[in-house]
Design a protein around this ligand. Structure first.
Ligand code: FEO
Length: 396
């Protein structure tokens, strides 16, 4: 396994995982696999910036050993303790016991709890530097980007930012640079990554990026720990994060997602979609059992709003609708405009549950729910159409 030289004395020594399809358990699908990026900075001293997920440790060691003897590693820098980046850290420190583990103070507890104690540790905070002999690594704490202990490592002389999870994408490729791959897939994966990982942390994202921009830190390359490296106009991804964090980037789409017992709610969804379309917006119809939940959340990131529908079953939503409501509560698309619709037989209840979940997700419920009993009549479908039109008028 060969390393890849990003710039003189800096090598990508990570791993490419073409097979993974789920991340964070089964909470997030990764259709294009991922990479676990680790970077070796070789000066008079040598630093390994992040490691890889444990099962890929040998791949990383093989790449490193083609550059330097493992024993030459002086610093194991851990920007983030989540196991996809720290999994191979214990093995690095076992093979190179004299190496110093560098991390934020908050990372120590997580590393000890994940692995063990007894390493040589140097804690760092914003502004601290390590001199590798002509190569300076400076650290910036980045709490909640996306864990409390997260930090960025910046190689001062070459203006290389290694921000760990921030600015990543789950995209396995033999290419290393963002400008070398399919741009549609790249940006879709970056969008999905933001929506499913960083969306609830948008305020912290905004604060940190504005802080970095205020520092006027010159940045030639952004090398995240997943996916491709940004070398052409690298700040474009930071600008996009800022737009997502502020909710400033919207398309003319409205997500309509639902499940149905006997097609009544589907009939409503279609009538509502026609109303949305006739107001000049694009409805994205996502029948829940046929849709990927994390893709739907990614589509919602830039959509003008979302309508969620369900039949009522035992006074409740259909069980299939629960995961998307959980996403809305957890990912908190704050301020996103929304409303609920659905059908019922003996008693209602589903739309109330949907609306409550939306409110817990800090979303903006802008319409009373639309409901019908049993099968919608032609007149009720006309009303559903008008309800869709009204929603579209309000979000345009
Ligand atoms: Fe890629 Fe938060 O780990």
């Amino acid at each position: 396994m060969k390393p890849f030289e990003i710039m003189k004395g800096v090598y990508w020594v990570g791993a490419i995982d073409h097979d993974v399809r789920n991340f964070h358990g089964y909470s997030y699908t990764v259709h294009h696999g991922t990479t676990y990026n680790a970077y070796l900075v070789v000066g008079k001293k040598v630093a390994l910036v992040d490691a890889v997920y444990g099962p890929f440790a040998e791949e990383m060691f093989d790449r490193i050993s083609r550059i330097v003897d493992l024993q030459k590693i002086d610093y194991m820098i851990s920007n983030h303790t989540e196991t996809d980046h720290s999994g191979a850290v214990p093995e690095v420190l076992k093979r190179v016991p004299n190496a110093t583990l560098v991390c934020t103070a908050r990372a120590i507890d997580a590393l000890k709890k994940h692995y063990r104690d007894g390493w040589k540790i140097q804690t760092v905070k914003t502004g601290d530097e390590i001199n590798l002999g002509g190569k300076t690594l400076r650290f910036y704490e980045a709490p909640m980007l996306h864990w409390p202990e997260s930090m960025f490592t910046y190689y001062v002389e070459e203006q290389l930012l290694m921000p760990n999870d921030a600015f990543g994408q789950h995209y396995a490729s033999e290419e290393r640079y963002a400008d070398e791959v399919d741009q549609y897939v790249l940006w879709k994966e970056a969008e999905k990554y933001y929506a499913n990982i960083l969306w609830p942390l948008s305020r912290q994202v905004q604060r940190k990026i504005e802080e970095v921009l205020e520092l006027k830190l010159p940045i030639k390359i952004i090398a995240p720990s997943h996916g491709l490296i940004w070398r052409k106009d690298p700040l474009q991804i930071a600008t996009r994060y800022l737009q997502w964090a502020k909710g400033e980037r919207t398309t003319n789409k409205v997500v309509i997602t639902w499940d149905t017992m006997w097609q009544s709610t589907t009939k409503l969804a279609r009538a509502i979609a026609e109303g949305v379309k006739d107001e000049g917006l694009t409805p994205l119809l996502r029948l829940i059992p046929h849709s990927d939940r994390s893709d739907t959340m990614a589509e919602l990131l830039e959509a003008k709003g979302i309508l969620v529908g369900s039949s009522t079953l035992h006074n409740e939503i259909l069980p299939t609708v629960a995961p998307i409501l959980s996403d809305l509560e957890v990912l908190k698309p704050e301020g996103k405009k929304c409303a609920a619709f659905g059908s019922y037989g003996w008693s209602g209840g589903a739309v109330k549950k949907i609306q409550e979940a939306m409110e817990r997700g800090k979303m903006q419920v802008i319409m009373e729910p639309f409901t019908v009993k049993w099968v919608p009549t032609k007149e009720e479908l006309d009303k559903a159409y008008e309800w869709g039109r009204e929603f579209a008028k309000k979000v345009k």
